[in-house]
Design a protein around this ligand. Structure first.
Ligand SMILES: C[S@@+](CC[C@H](N)C(=O)[O-])C[C@H]1O[C@@H](n2cnc3c(N)ncnc32)[C@H](O)[C@@H]1O
Length: 250
């Protein structure tokens, strides 16, 4: 659910909304935890779920199929984030016409999230079939140097930051006119399987120091979910105040 920046309360009002207890967030399709770490920094206790073992996930972890979780397990949480695999929705798959080789899990996971009755988000790449998503890009965050669009569909309001012009990104491709004119330690980079920068530069640009190359290729910068997490906390604190307000007014 997108809220345009100009219509909104200034972002600092969301900082560290107070809650009676630390809220718990379920991080589905967690991989090595780019999203999970951002929510943890915002103030959530996070539990990650992935179908594969994730030895580098730095928070509590459960190995399981996200589509087969018990209702009782999900009900222990205050909010859910889901990052289903993006390969099938990517431009590369569209160009190579091989999108059918990967699972398309957005629709089935959305059904589970809606059924949970909790605040939820689904994150994915440009071109994924998300409804009315907010778009985040590394250019929107002062500590980042990565061009990485990610879409976020949610059932609670998220502020859409304004989006400036993209700078030139560092490249290893000699055919590009700016080849040799950028520095991967100062300029923006793109983090892809093809490799347009070293792993060390990718880690610095994304604010992630614990992932392998394959993990970081799959990941989002924690700054994205820290930004969203503060707004989710605000939303949860409003929900928490609602029954108390109703009791006082009764
Ligand atoms: C794009 S990555 C998630 C990246 C992560 N959000 C981050 O920021 O680092 C998608 C993950 O989904 C996992 N996955 C694929 N199918 C799954 C399923 N049915 N249940 C749980 N995890 C699954 C993959 O193993 C992979 O680690």
């Amino acid at each position: 659910m997108v809220m345009r920046e100009s219509l909104l309360i200034p972002f600092p009002n969301f900082k560290r909304a107070r809650m009676e207890r630390k809220p718990r967030l379920l991080d589905l399709f967690c991989c090595a935890g780019g999203a999970g770490v951002g929510y943890n920094r915002a103030g959530f206790d996070v539990v990650g779920v992935d179908i594969d073992p994730q030895p580098n996930y730095p928070l509590a972890f459960v190995q399981a199929d996200a589509l087969s979780l018990e209702v009782k397990f999900i009900a222990q949480f205050d909010a859910i984030h889901a990052s289903p695999p993006c390969q099938s929705y990517s431009d590369l798959a569209k160009r190579n016409r091989n999108a059918d080789e990967w699972p398309r899990l957005i629709e089935p996971i959305r059904k589970i999230l809606v059924k949970s009755g909790l605040p939820w988000l689904i994150e994915n790449v440009d071109g994924a079939p998300l409804r009315d998503p907010v778009v985040l890009c590394g250019t929107m965050f002062s500590g980042l140097r990565v061009l990485r669009h990610r879409l976020f569909e949610s059932n609670f309001p998220i502020i859409q930051p304004s989006h400036g012009k993209h700078p030139k990104v560092h490249t290893f491709d000699r055919r590009k006119s700016h080849f040799g004119k950028t520095d991967e330690w100062k300029d923006f980079v793109q983090v892809t399987g093809g490799g347009n920068c070293t792993l060390a530069a990718a880690r610095a640009a994304m604010g992630i120091d614990w992932m392998t190359k394959n993990e970081i290729n799959e990941s989002i910068p924690p700054a994205y979910t820290e930004y969203i997490g503060l707004q989710l906390l605000h939303h949860l604190s409003l929900q928490e105040q609602e029954p108390a307000k109703m009791r006082r007014n009764a």
